[in-house]
Each structure stands twice: as C-alpha cells, then as structure tokens.
Design a protein around this ligand. Structure first.
Ligand code: RB5
Length: 147
C-alpha cells in the first residue's frame, strides 16, 4: 500500500512510529509531511491540505494524518472533494471506515492513543477492503454532499 503521511507538531512521535511500522510491514511511504522538532509549531490545516492533495493525485493510495486529537485534521480533510477521512480510536471503526465508508484518509490523535493501539488501528484500516454493493450508493451521497 502506498501511504502519504503527515502530522503537525502535536503528532510527530506517533507519525514516526507509524512510518517505522509501515516500513517493517512492507508498505511504501510515498510522502511524509510535517516538522521533525516538536518546537516547530505548524498549522494542521496546511499539512492536511498538502497530504490530501497527494492522496487524490495518487490513485489507490491512503493518507494518514496525525495531530493532537486527529479531529482538526479530519475537519480539514473532509472539506476536500474526494477525501473521506475518519478519526478512529478503536479497531472495529478502523475496519468499518474502509469497508462501509471507503475512507481514504485515517486521522489519529497522538494525545489520545498509545503507539501500540495506533499501530493496530493502522493495520486494521489498511487490511480492510471497501465492500461496495449497497454502500456504493451511500458513499456517492457523501461525495455529493459538499455540492
Ligand atoms: C495543536 O496544539 C493541536 O491543536 C492540534 O494538534 C490538533 O489536536 C487539532 O485538532
């Protein structure tokens, strides 16, 4: 799987551990956006917009956005046409966000999750496949909702 990662200053350490786990799993880190020093404060909307643009340009890829809570990243990402971003804190939702909602961006909160739980959430999200069928009509309605 080709991954586009990004974090603000509040998500650096979790972003690093997700990159390490992804490399170990054999996924491709297609891009990795954000500061490396927590003292380097950046605005999460700028990171989310950059990463989502890459996801849209790289068909079949997935975005992973990390901030303090995951919430701000998701709010920005879901304003971008073609992006379906899910903030996830449990493995079932991580799987369902892909299977039912065809999510293409996963948003995680470093100040909410431990590194091992976050790794499990990423694994579930990446392993799951969009089920299509009855969900396709609903996902199309999500994509039309923004006008
Ligand atoms: C940054 O302090 C924090 O607001 C940000 O990482 C994120 O949690 C916003 O949703």
């Amino acid at each position: 799987m080709r991954l586009h990662l990004g974090s603000d200053h509040g998500g650096i350490s979790l972003r690093r551990s997700i990159v390490a786990a992804a490399v170990e799993r054999g996924d491709t880190i297609a891009s990795d956006e954000g500061p490396s020093d927590p003292a380097d404060s950046v605005d999460y909307p700028d990171v989310a917009i950059a990463v989502c643009g890459r996801v849209l340009a790289d068909h079949g890829s997935v975005g992973i956005l990390v901030c303090g809570t995951g919430q701000g990243m998701a709010m920005v990402a879901n304003k971008i046409a073609g992006i379906r971003a899910a903030v996830v804190v449990d493995p079932f939702s991580a799987r369902m966000a892909r299977e039912h909602n065809d999510a293409n961006v996963l948003c995680l909160g470093e100040r909410v999750l431990g590194a091992e739980l976050a790794k499990l959430l990423v694994d579930e999200f990446l392993r799951a496949r969009y089920a299509g069928g009855r969900h396709a009509r609903r996902v199309a309605k999500i994509d039309r909702a923004g006008g």
